[in-house]
Design a protein around this ligand. Structure first.
Ligand SMILES: Cc1cc2nc3c(=O)[nH]c(=O)nc-3n(C[C@H](O)[C@H](O)[C@H](O)COP(=O)(O)O)c2cc1C
Length: 218
């Protein structure tokens, strides 16, 4: 059975990003695969410490992140998976800091400082990225013209170019009346949540199915 790990880089376990993760996971299961969602905010870890154990000549941890914290078992689990999804809300025009730390720890050991920066990842995982954000698609294209490429650079280099899945214009507050929000209209947000978000979830579901089918074909 093909195994897909879904890393949720949102602190909220029941909101937009989490729902997109669940939908992707359901698609994986529908196609006969096994999906596991890992909430990165539950794990006690930080970004790369620059210890360079992963680059030490003849080192026993060459090519792997051996820093002993909560992320180690997750990285081990990913090394035996067939597919990986990284999901994050956009925070301050980027993925969340926790997602960024995760990407550093996951990819840097597989990135060799050699001509052409060859990948030494033991497995070329199928990958996907899920992004959720407050802004509309048009505004995202205008505000973040190359942010997604930059975020995905290391993932593309060590594995393959990820499939991108988006949920724009997300519903951020449980009750818009309780918060100071003048730039977003609560009725527009509600309409988008009811009309567009279910379609975004459906796309995530379909991409989950596609990932398992692609893994089986490769
Ligand atoms: C600290 C913080 C910063 C944010 N920055 C942005 C941003 O730069 N651009 C944007 O479109 N949305 C931004 N948002 C909104 C979230 O990306 C959006 O509501 C997202 O769907 C939340 O995901 P969640 O429901 O899984 O928590 C921000 C939210 C927070 C809490």
């Amino acid at each position: 059975m093909k195994k897909v790990i879904i890393a949720n880089g949102s602190p909220r376990k029941k909101q937009n990003t989490a729902k997109m993760c669940e939908s992707f996971a359901n698609g994986v299961k529908e196609a006969g695969g096994k999906a596991e969602i890992i909430n990165l905010y539950d794990i006690d870890f930080k970004g790369c410490r620059s210890c360079f154990a992963c680059k030490l000549k003849e080192g026993k941890n060459f090519g792997r992140c051996s820093y002993p914290d909560g992320l180690s078992p997750v990285l081990d689990k990913i090394s035996t998976a067939d597919g990986l999804v990284i999901a994050s809300p956009i925070y301050c025009s980027d993925v969340t800091g926790v997602t960024r730390c995760f990407i550093e720890r996951l990819t840097f050991p597989f990135f060799e400082y050699k001509e052409g920066y060859p990948s030494i990842a033991p497995k070329k995982l199928k990958t996907a990225m899920i992004y959720t954000m407050n802004v509309s698609e048009a505004l995202s294209n205008q505000m973040y013209p190359d942010m997604f490429d930059k975020t995905e650079f290391m993932i593309t280099t060590v594995f393959e170019k990820p499939v991108r899945i988006f949920a724009y214009d997300t519903y951020q507050f449980s009750d818009y009346d309780k918060y100071v929000v003048e730039v977003f209209d609560k009725n527009d947000k509600l309409k988008h949540k009811e009309e567009q978000f279910p379609k975004d979830l459906q796309i995530a579901f379909q991409r989950g199915k596609d990932m398992v089918n692609n893994i089986e074909k490769s």
